[in-house]
Design a protein around this ligand. Structure first.
Ligand SMILES: Nc1ncnc2c1ncn2[C@@H]1O[C@H](COP(=O)(O)OP(=O)(O)OP(=O)(O)O)[C@@H](O)[C@H]1O
Length: 347
């Protein structure tokens, strides 16, 4: 085997990254999604020196439970990079995890998605983080376009389609046609705001303090976008700290109350969709009446959200097949398939 072919064989594959507020997914050329871990980094400070202690799953397990010397950080907030240095460390860690040491000798091309509303400064921050993490070339793709490609929507055709990507930090609403965004808006509300709404509801109504992780678990397992048909739904027990006497306490809450708690962020998302529909050109709007709206992102999995949006807009609404992976799959397909190549932006 020649030196060239051995280098080629052992070279690193190009990769696509969905750098999300809540989760980071990595798609490797020819393999698909190979990594899906929380966007969390645990940093330990010893004698003023900061060191990465854990990344991804291991770091998330530490959230809310770390000693003073360790801080679990989410480097992305509201869909943009809040801590550039930590984000870079996280990207570097994930690239090495999928490509091993190969990336050092033969750096991969990286295609990475950015929120459609990201400013040029934010785009540069994401590009620099990927370059510093070892990319030979960085391409960007806007998140709703990636979500639509991942959901199998006809983005290259002269047909209007609407995608609503409900992530952790942001909800991206976009109308796409002929490889471009005909209209886009980004609402800084997503799954995180639903968690926060649950935390404050429980504090207000039960004087109980619960953590973000507990709130997220309640949302995922019992969250509903509208009150259950019987007006109550399932009742669950939740544990936290009593705000009056400071001791651990358990209370009961039902799904009607959970729906009430989550109502505000959900109506902000629906309002974003309504504004997008009002701003869509008539020909494209006519297509959306036929094609309907497709929901992607983890927030799309809140029970009854599709039905609620159908009632609010009067349009057909469906949830994509694999809502949590749509953006990563779409970013990966845009990297691999020549038909989407012109959609990619060189950073
Ligand atoms: N089964 C579920 N039901 C409700 N919400 C869920 C479910 N699974 C995941 N989520 C929520 O989806 C959100 C994460 O979605 P996703 O991974 O698409 O976001 P992201 O890409 O990381 O965020 P962003 O697009 O804002 O950068 C989190 O708020 C998470 O709690």
């Amino acid at each position: 085997m020649s030196l060239f072919s051995s280098l080629f064989k052992f070279g690193s594959q190009n990769i696509a990254i969905d750098l999300g507020t809540a989760n980071t997914l990595v798609y490797v050329e020819g393999q698909g999604v190979v990594l899906n871990e929380p966007s969390v980094v645990a940093i330990e400070t010893i004698n003023g020196v900061k060191k990465v202690k854990a990344v991804g799953d291991d770091a998330k397990m530490m959230m809310g439970k770390t000693p003073d010397s360790i801080e679990a950080i989410r480097p992305l907030r509201d869909g943009v990079i809040a801590d550039i240095e930590v984000a870079e460390q996280m990207i570097k860690y994930f690239i090495t995890k999928v490509n091993g040491k190969k990336s050092m000798f033969n750096p991969p091309e990286i295609t990475i998605c950015v929120p459609s509303g990201a400013t040029s400064v934010e785009r540069r921050a994401i590009r620099d983080a990927a370059s510093n993490a070892g990319a030979s070339q960085v391409y960007l793709i806007v998140e709703p376009m990636a979500a639509a490609i991942g959901a199998g929507m006809p983005v290259t055709e002269p047909i209007g389609s609407m995608v609503v990507d409900i992530g952790g930090g942001t909800t991206e609403v976009a109308v796409l046609s002929l490889r471009g965004l005909a209209y886009t808006t980004s609402v800084r509300t997503g799954g995180d705001k639903m968690d926060e709404a649950l935390v404050s509801y429980v504090r207000r109504h039960h004087n109980l303090l619960i953590g973000e992780t507990t709130a997220e678990r309640i949302k995922k397992d019992f969250g509903v976008a509208r009150p259950p048909a019987d007006g109550v739904g399932q009742t669950i027990q939740i544990k936290g700290r009593d705000l009056v006497n400071g001791v651990p306490k358990e209370i009961s809450i039902n799904q009607a109350q959970i729906a009430e708690a989550m109502a505000e962020p959900i109506s902000t998302i629906v309002e974003g969709v309504r504004i997008a529909l009002e701003n869509t050109a008539p020909e494209l709007a006519a297509d959306i009446v036929d094609q309907g709206i497709v929901l992607t992102g983890g927030g799309a999995m809140v029970e009854g959200l599709d039905a609620h949006m159908r009632d609010e807009t009067g349009l057909p609404v469906t949830v994509a097949e694999d809502p949590l992976s749509c953006v990563a799959i779409g970013t990966g397909r845009a990297m691999e398939e020549p038909v989407y190549r012109t959609i990619l932006q060189t950073a």
